[in-house]
Design a binder for this molecule. Structure first.
Ligand code: PLP
Length: 380
């Protein structure tokens, strides 16, 4: 039996999304920027996908910019604003590296979070000054699932720096939260198709009219000059199909998957001593179970779990696949020694009760064995 509990890293594609993309990989292969009939056909598909994505994001079709995914959308938002208007970028201390590294590369400021990972609004108010040109706060965190009070963020930013833009990385939120409603006052919104049943390498940045940002990729002038490059029509069409299903099924999945997640957390708490549920009281998305185990190393645990058919991760996955110390756990004050034993189990639309059963069956024994084998620490 195999169990995949790493949906926050990536999801399988929805079969409807696969079906939607296939014709655009074969007979409907034309470049939508062309002038002939085949090109017009591809452009129609692109336009329809744009309409669907606009609707699911609470945006106008003309506000949708197709990108290669979450990283590009985040970079375009933050760096595009700084390149056009200068000023200082501010973001939460627990942003994904796609935002965090862009902000830090330009000497930006970080906003503290509390022990649950929720933004300290007083600190936000202190950080946002007249020189601030963009504030980026993710709607839901990719490691621990904490949801941020985005409306409060927008209100504070508008009061303190009326010309600043607010960006939200909604990459992990889109599967679980009504992004259209929660981010309706935000200027820039990032999503990524492979986190909600679409293909890898496709995403959207919503750019509202008041956000006059600079392009980062120059060339043929696609996407109203904001993102040049021949469109990946197949991926965009599949992303739209996945977005439609995600929004239509969202409420049902939040309740059914949320119940499975709670069963997982409760079961682990009952069966594993020395387990700490991360940010237990914070508002969270339905798909994330994040815990830390005393006395073990995540990498060893993941290895043992994989041997038993359970696939999960520790911190967020990074390009090298290596485990890095989590800046998110550090920001919420988890002791480094405990953070070394972190485990993120993330659920999604195709998670079954059998996946949860497997996790509850194998994790307690794996933790116990690793603790038993742990060599006594040698004092220097
Ligand atoms: N933002 C968040 C919150 C993420 O979780 C991820 C992916 O893990 C990204 C951005 C990057 O998205 P992509 O993999 O599409 O570049």
């Amino acid at each position: 039996m195999l169990g995949y509990l790493d949906y926050a890293a990536t999801t399988p594609m929805r079969l409807e999304a696969v079906d939607a993309m296939v014709p655009f990989l074969s007979e409907q292969f034309a470049n939508p920027s062309g002038a002939h009939a085949l090109a017009r056909e591809a452009r129609r598909a692109l336009d329809n996908a744009r309409l669907t994505l606009a609707e699911t994001l609470g945006a106008e079709p003309g506000e949708i910019v197709f990108t290669s995914g979450g990283t590009e959308s985040d970079n375009l938002a933050v760096l595009g604003q700084l390149d056009r208007h200068g000023g200082v970028a501010v973001c939460s201390a627990i942003e994904h590296h796609a935002v965090l590294d862009a902000v830090q590369a330009r000497g930006g400021r970080l906003i503290a979070v509390d022990a649950g990972g929720v933004l300290e609004l007083d600190d936000l108010a202190a950080m946002v000054t007249r020189d601030t040109s963009i504030v980026s706060v993710m709607l839901a965190n990719n490691e621990i699932g904490t949801v941020q009070p985005l409306r409060d963020v927008v209100q504070i930013v508008r009061e303190r720096a009326p010309d600043a833009l607010v960006h939200t990385d909604a990459v992990q939120a889109f599967s679980w939260l009504d992004v259209a409603a929660l981010a309706n006052a935000v200027d820039l919104i990032s999503i990524s198709a492979h986190k909600f049943g679409g293909p890898k390498g496709a995403g959207v940045l919503v750019v509202r009219p008041r956000a006059q940002i600079a392009a980062r990729q120059l060339g043929g002038g696609q996407e109203r000059g904001l993102r040049s490059g021949t469109h990946n029509v197949a991926a965009v069409v599949a992303m739209a199909a996945a977005a439609r299903l995600t929004v239509d099924e969202r409420a049902g999945l939040v309740s059914s998957i949320g119940a499975q997640r709670d069963r997982l957390v409760d079961g682990l708490v009952r069966s594993v001593p020395g387990l700490h549920v991360t940010a237990p009281d914070a508002p969270k998305t339905a798909g994330i179970c994040h815990v830390c185990f005393e006395g073990i190393e995540s990498e060893e645990l993941l290895f043992v779990l994989e041997k038993q058919g359970l696939f999960a991760s520790a911190a967020s996955s990074c390009s090298s696949g290596a485990q890095q110390a989590s800046h998110v756990l550090a920001a919420i004050g988890v002791e480094p020694v405990l953070a070394r034993g972190s485990l993120r189990l993330s659920l999604g639309f195709a998670t079954t009760p059998a996946d949860i059963d497997l996790a509850l069956q194998v994790i307690p024994g794996a933790v116990e064995r690793l603790r038993a084998f742990a060599s006594p620490r040698v004092m220097p």
